[in-house]
Ligand binder design. Structure first.
Ligand code: BGC
Length: 755
């Protein structure tokens, strides 16, 4: 980060931990007891009221034994606690409207579960709680662009603290579905296309939230990788590919974050609904991974009481299902002996255990929130997530006389955010709503919320010598005429995305491509700032001087964009997903099921397997517009002196050490990345480690990344094991998946790792 010391910017120059797991998978499995002990000893005592895992188990067992059947079953289902969604009786007195509510058992000290969305801040759904604002973080993709697990942890902790202060004890956060389609309407909530990056960031965010005594989920388990027909679509994918991609992201997130709950998804996976999927829930999650928390359904994702036997523990948002399966039907199954009492006890035990382990059973009452301090924290986090994609010398802006025309994107009012259940009502001023309109179950999400942090105003105050004017961009010819008379143009382009909708095309909507092209024709010094939920096509790329990917930058977005444009902050974000040139480069040029009614069914064959994102482009010799991991800085970095070490023993681990030098004149943060480029003689491309580090000008630092052996292995279906084939393994250091430099190699013997 360039400007440590400016108000609102986090941390002094300090390397942060990257994505190289320091413990091999097999040891993680064997050391589970030790790990639990260490967590009990080191982490949980910092959480007021939390108990160690063994104690949590013992307490859960004691409480569960004292419960009546009705009390047990009462914990296994709950409503969406919104007046608009409540058929039947109104919300119980004193329960604040929110995403989920499950009454506790007061006589045994079991608290109500008060569940709130989620990953980008505490949600006040459709402003149902008048006046209740929250700190609005940048989108998940912006956070992932930082490649900074410490920032994710800080973000998770901030949200956890606000959730707790507002009286919630379960956060529906931790979205970690991989980007298999850059048009997915919910990508902005997630963390990109790579399992190591996404899993690392989600795990850190979950750990942050839970350090505040609030249970966090990870979601939506699994392969909820498009919104089109999300409730019916069948994700079909080969088992080995699934383990190596989407499931690996969850596996890493769960190991690192130890979430109290996992939320299963709406869609089917291999023919079975995710919330009634024995393979996903019983065999992989609870079996192979030894997961001890509970599985809650997504809202309206339960199809049968038998889902309990498939591994689902709790039915959420029950009014949205065709029946309250986990109430009367469950009682009947239990009475008839078709569902064993032990299974119900197990589901209850899992819920209690997580509440105790995290300390979420002890509501501390509502408390004050220092929103101004949180705004400063969020400004620091957001600053790390902006990605400079192009700079032909136009940036940074300097404060000098001259006319700057700012065009479009409601930049006079604020910055865009994504819609859906993650939509935060921000602190910092009344938002601007732009009506979008839409049909169906998610129609209430169809309005774009602009957070009141105006890039125009921030630029005007950062550059007092310049004459900065605004043009809304509605009339292209008028905007071009004004652009011709300006010294430079900064155009803000927006792409609103929301839960429930995918964008069929990667083009900017509402004629914005034509607007940018016209501005670039009228003025040779155009900078484009993209506030988008996903990559967009850039037909005008060669005609503009600079492009800044600002994603949805959160409640401090205007200030952060101005900081980066003016150089107060040196950009350091790197893309967590590839930017394809256009849809024709994608594994599926059109979205399966697009245009069909929501009740229709469709199947997606994920024939690309585990070759998600950059791996797909590499395997098919395609050149994306911008590669995964890419991001420019106002300084430059050099990677050198690569060295591999392979530890001795039955399960050797591989570690890479290298040097990073800031070769420029400004302080900045580098994100060196380590890729596996050939495994046992076969070419491949896999991110196996990364580290973000801040360096003063000309300073150098040595970095060591320890490689998670699963990233060197493939999943052997027959043996039900990770397997490393014997041979030579070649690695390359790089600044992105397409800018690979120094290589190194090691010979590895055959290794078989537990699941
Ligand atoms: C979303 C979940 C969310 C839940 C509760 C569902 O529609 O898929 O991510 O947590 O609603 O709001």
């Amino acid at each position: 980060m360039a400007a440590g010391g400016r108000p609102g910017h986090r941390r002094a120059v300090k390397p942060v931990r990257g994505g190289g797991l320091s413990t091999p998978a097999w040891r993680l499995m064997m050391n589970r007891r030790l790990t639990l002990f260490l967590i009990a000893a080191c982490v949980l005592p910092t959480i007021a009221g939390a108990t160690g895992p063994q104690d949590a188990d013992a307490r859960a067992a004691t409480t569960e034994k004292q419960m009546t059947v009705a009390e047990r079953i009462g914990l296994l289902h709950g409503i969406m606690a919104l007046p608009s969604r409540t058929k039947g009786p109104p919300l119980p007195a004193g329960v604040k409207p929110t995403a989920g509510y499950i009454p506790g058992v007061p006589r045994l000290g079991v608290p109500d579960l008060l569940e709130t969305d989620a990953s980008l801040g505490v949600v006040n759904p459709s402003q149902v709680r008048p006046g209740d604002v929250a700190t609005a973080l940048p989108s998940g993709l912006a956070l992932a662009s930082s490649f900074d697990a410490a920032a994710a942890q800080q973000a998770g902790a901030l949200i956890g603290q606000e959730a707790r202060a507002k009286g919630f004890n379960v956060l529906l956060g931790g979205g970690v579905d991989l980007t298999r389609d850059p048009r997915n309407g919910r990508n902005f909530e997630y963390l990109g296309e790579d399992p190591l990056l996404a899993g690392t960031m989600a795990g850190a965010a979950v750990a942050g939230t839970q350090s505040e005594g609030v249970v966090s989920t990870v979601k939506h388990f699994a392969v909820n990788d498009q919104e089109t027909l999300r409730k019916t679509v069948d994700a079909r994918i080969d088992e080995a590919a699934l383990r190596e991609s989407d499931l690996l992201a969850f596996e890493i997130a769960i190991e690192r974050g130890r979430p109290g709950a996992v939320m299963c998804a709406y869609n089917k996976v291999q023919g079975d609904y995710a919330c009634g999927n024995d393979y996903l829930l019983n065999r992989v999650l609870k079996g192979d991974w030894g997961y001890k928390g509970w599985v809650m359904s997504d809202w309206g994702a339960v199809h049968d009481v038998a889902d309990l036997m498939k591994g689902l523990d709790q039915q959420s948002g029950e009014q949205l299902d065709s029946q309250v399966w986990f109430d009367a039907p469950l009682k009947a199954e239990l009475a008839a002996g078709r569902i064993p009492a032990e299974r119900v006890a197990d589901a209850v035990h899992r819920i209690l255990r997580s509440l105790y382990a995290v300390g979420a059973d002890k509501p501390r009452g509502e408390g004050p929130i220092d929103y101004d301090a949180h705004a400063r924290t969020v400004r620091g986090i957001a600053a790390e997530g902006l990605v400079l994609l192009k700079n032909d010398g136009a940036l940074p802006l300097t404060d000098q006389p001259g006319k700057i025309l700012v065009v479009g994107g409601h930049a006079d009012a604020g910055v865009l955010s994504g819609g859906g259940s993650s939509q935060v009502t921000p602190y910092g001023g009344p938002p601007l709503f732009v009506t979008i309109s839409g049909p169906g179950a998610t129609a209430s999400y169809a309005r774009a919320l602009y957070m009141a942090s105006s890039p125009l105003k921030s630029l005007q105050s950062a550059l007092p010598k310049a004459q900065i004017e605004f043009e809304n961009g509605y009339d292209i010819a008028a905007a071009a005429a004004r652009a011709a008379r300006a010294d430079r143009v900064i155009v803000f382009a927006t792409q609103w995305q929301a839960e429930g909708w995918d964008h069929a095309s990667m083009s900017l909507p509402e004629g914005q491509d034509a607007l940018i092209a016209a501005l670039a024709k009228a003025n040779s010094n155009v900078t484009v700032v993209l506030e988008t939920g996903n990559p967009v096509a850039m037909p005008w790329l060669h005609d503009v001087k600079a492009v800044l990917q600002a994603w949805y930058p959160g409640e401090e977005g205007g200030a952060v964009i101005a900081d980066v444009l003016t150089g107060a902050v040196n950009p350091s974000g790197h893309l967590p997903m590839s930017f394809p040139a256009d849809e024709t480069q994608l594994p599926r040029p059109s979205i399966p099921g697009l245009g069909l009614p929501a009740t229709a069914t469709a199947a997606i064959d994920y024939t690309e397997g585990s070759d998600v994102g950059y791996r797909w482009y590499a395997a098919h010799h395609l050149q994306p517009l911008f590669p995964f991991g890419f991001g420019l800085s106002y300084t430059s970095f050099e990677l050198s002196s690569p060295q591999l070490t392979v530890s001795k023993g039955r399960h050797p681990t591989v570690a890479a050490t290298f040097k990073v030098r800031n070769t420029g004149a400004r302080a900045g943060a580098a994100v060196p990345q380590l890729y596996l480029v050939s495994a046992a003689g076969k070419p491949c491309l896999r991110l196996v480690g990364f580290q973000r580090l801040e360096l003063p000008p000309q300073a150098a630092s040595s970095v060591t990344v320890t490689i998670d052996p699963r990233l060197l292995a493939s999943w052997n279906v027959a043996a039900h094991r990770w397997q490393i084939s014997p041979g030579t393994y070649q690695f390359a250091l790089g600044h992105s998946a397409s800018e690979l430099g120094p290589t190194m190699e090691a010979r590895l013997g055959e290794q078989v790792l537990p699941p």
